[in-house]
Design a protein around this ligand. Structure first.
Ligand code: BDP
Length: 688
């Protein structure tokens, strides 16, 4: 097993479960018009049942005992007990019931997309060992647009990609369609992901030219039956680069006309095109500020072009400039005053935290602070700052922590994102993909779980990361309860472990230059202050941490008053966020009774100990897992154990050089001296 099949493996259930499934899926009855999406649902059910139960169901014209009935509202047979109105456009109901005298299972939905999601949900129930005789589930997504963002370049290099090259073979498109595109669509549809942004936010204008639109249209054609729309990252200066205009000023009539014509052209090629994702005036990308305009001016111009076609603009709020006093405060400063100024088809896309996908950040202060604007949550599935694809870190825990965070504005981040807090009909959640050409798709077996968790939590932001992990393990590694639970425990410990061995206590951005993989807390030579780890930790003889209270940058004041008050005081700031908000002396007393210095070192040690424990737990599972994947994960965990030590030792060596303090009793000194860690060079790290 090389992991190619992801969570759609459909291995024989065996025993009573297999007999039960056979009895409940003898035949397929279609009470719905035939569409490519229904075909996809039927093909998946046949494939799944063939694998799980050993025999594919035949199509049957009427409800016979043991049939699986796929019904949409318009053609639903009399006697179906389905709460249609609750299901919306994409929801489904799964029910075991008696229909026309026969004991059947019904998969019901208002649309064929709902049926497809229902088919995948039924297969998930079967794969995770649910009692198929008593099935009664209904679900509808809480967030409207559930999107992958690919940071894929047209030359197939994936920015921050650690799973090989881009799946999109732009050179061979549109004529040659890699069969893998279908498997990609199946995997996403199984989670409810309904949109994909094909190209990097650091966009080339070329992706908007006719030849590339034809290529994107070919991909859209493959994805359409699976309910997945295609979106593109748009380069703001495209009217200059492609259109020969002298300006890309969003208030210039010629520029507006160019975008309108471009949108018309796109919709001729891709009638259900989703819209544009835009990174503007950020890290050197062009944008409206180049012309003295603001983000709303830029976003609204594109929104106007897409509006007649039903498209949306996802305008990113990831901005920071070299002269800012605190990079964490800039997005709020630029965007919050624009609340209410964006067109109705604009969504502002905000990263989970105010810096950049760190192992832990407090939630972004924009959540809850722009009630008149739909805000999308941008999560990073690819682990740019969490050990790439060689470290095992289950991100479900991180995603859940962000979604459940109370914004202090009357609801959690989840309630902002699903639109319920401020009654926004347009809602979105985005994940920066970790998918590439590697056979296992995500660079490691366990990184598949992060794609899976993103999709499940995008569909239901209230889902539990632990339950999602259980489902994933049952679908990928094992259904045996003891082994499954052991793997889940290991996954749930992994996120805190990486925080501990990389950036404990609210520290952030200690990664070495460019690659963001290994430790570089000493780095202070980059051209911009806010690229340097020393800027973020501010460690010196006197102490450590970034003062974001009133005596410092006061970024804490961007949070709702109750949260701001709590986090402005080190005594009420949770230890996990302490050094994010406070600069404190090394002797500061921690709730544990240790000094800050001792606590820091203790946490680095705990991170390494947890990784060692993960290794032991995995080793004990040898009999439960197929040899190929067991051996592969074992090797990866050994790398992680070595590199967790590298992180711990390099950071302790550096912080000790700054604090001048002796190591607490019983702590072994770093394996090497600081100079040795500083001398390491990684010129060809992936994903740059
Ligand atoms: C950072 C990445 C960079 C991205 C940028 C972004 O290092 O490669 O282009 O974010 O989100 O995390 O635009």
């Amino acid at each position: 097993e090389d992991g190619y099949e992801l969570w759609l493996r459909y291995r024989p259930l065996g025993g009573a479960a297999q007999a039960q499934l056979q009895a409940g899926a003898r035949s397929l009855v279609l009470a719905t018009p035939a569409t490519p999406t229904v075909d996809a649902a039927v093909a998946e059910l046949r494939r799944g049942v063939a694998g799980l139960a050993g025999r594919a169901p035949a199509l049957s014209p009427r409800a016979v005992p043991g049939a699986l009935v796929l019904a949409t509202r318009a053609q639903a047979p009399a006697g179906l007990d389905v709460p249609w109105d609750e299901l919306g456009d994409e929801g489904y109901a799964l029910r075991r019931q008696t229909l026309q005298g026969a004991d059947v299972t019904v998969i019901a939905a208002n649309t064929d997309r709902g049926l497809l999601y229902g088919a995948f949900a039924w297969l998930r129930a079967a794969q995770t060992g649910a009692d198929m005789r008593r099935l009664d589930q209904r679900a509808a997504p809480k967030v409207g647009l559930r999107l992958l963002n690919h940071w894929d370049n047209l030359d197939r290099h994936v920015e921050r990609g650690y799973a090989g090259a881009s799946l999109w073979d732009w050179w061979k498109l549109p004529d040659i369609l890699d069969p893998r595109y279908v498997d990609y669509a199946r995997a996403n549809a199984s989670l409810g992901i309904n949109g994909t942004v094909l190209n990097n936010v650091n966009a080339k204008a070329d992706s908007l030219t006719a030849p590339y639109l034809a290529k994107a249209a070919a991909l859209a054609g493959v994805f359409r039956p699976y309910g997945i729309k295609v979106y593109l990252s748009a380069r703001f200066s495209a009217p200059v680069e492609l259109g020969g205009l002298k300006t890309a000023d969003p208030l210039d009539p010629a520029v507006r006309a160019w975008w309108r014509a471009k949108a018309d052209e796109i919709y001729r090629a891709i009638p259900d095109f989703g819209g544009f994702l835009v990174k503007a005036n950020s890290e050197g990308q062009p944008g409206p500020q180049d012309y003295g305009r603001n983000h709303a001016d830029g976003a609204n111009m594109l929104a106007e072009a897409l509006q007649p076609h039903g498209g949306v603009v996802l305008w990113r709020a990831f901005v920071y400039s070299p002269d800012a006093t605190d990079r964490a405060a800039q997005a709020y400063a630029e965007f919050q005053p624009l609340d209410g100024r964006f067109a109705p088809n604009v969504i502002v896309q905000v990263k989970n935290g105010a810096i950049d996908f760190q192992p832990r950040e407090p939630f972004h202060p924009l959540f809850g602070a722009m009630p008149k604007t739909p805000l999308a949550l941008e999560l990073q599935i690819t682990k740019e700052y969490l050990g790439f694809s060689t470290h095992l870190v289950y991100l479900g825990s991180l995603f859940e922590e962000v979604l459940k965070a109370d914004t202090g504005h009357g609801g959690t981040v989840a309630r902002v994102v699903d639109g319920r807090l401020n009654q926004h009909p347009l809602t979105a959640i985005a994940g920066v993909a970790n998918i590439g050409t590697d056979r296992n798709w995500s660079g490691s077996q366990f990184d598949q779980a992060n794609w899976y968790a993103f999709g499940r939590l995008a569909w239901d932001p209230d889902a539990s990361a632990a339950q999602v992990a259980r489902d994933w393990v049952a679908q990928t590694f094992t259904r045996r309860a003891a082994a499954r639970d052991a793997i889940v425990e290991l996954m749930l410990a992994s996120r805190e472990a990486v925080v501990d061995y990389m950036t404990p206590l609210g520290l952030h951005h200690l990664m070495d230059t460019g690659h963001h993989y290994g430790p570089g807390p000493w780095v202070n030579n980059l051209e911009r202050a806010d690229w340097n780890p020393t800027y973020f930790h501010k460690a010196g003889r006197d102490g450590i941490g970034f003062d974001r209270t009133a005596t410092g940058s006061n970024a804490v004041a961007q949070y709702a008053p109750a949260i701001a008050r709590q986090w402005a005081d080190p005594r009420t700031t949770p230890p996990e966020l302490l050094l994010w908000f406070h600069h404190l002396p090394w002797g500061h007393a921690m709730p544990s009774g240790r000094t800050l210095w001792a606590e820091l070192i203790w946490r680095y040690g705990r991170g390494v100990a947890t990784v060692d424990d993960m290794g032991r737990r995995w080793a004990a599972l040898k009999a439960d897992i197929d040899p190929q994947r067991h051996a592969e994960v074992t090797t990866y965990l050994a790398v992680q154990a070595r590199e967790a030590r590298w992180w711990r030792d390099a950071c302790i060596a550096y912080f000790q050089s700054v604090s001048g303090l002796p190591l607490p009793a019983g702590v072994a000194p770093p394996a090497q001296d600081l100079a040795a860690y500083k001398a390491l060079r990684f010129g060809f790290a992936p994903g740059r």
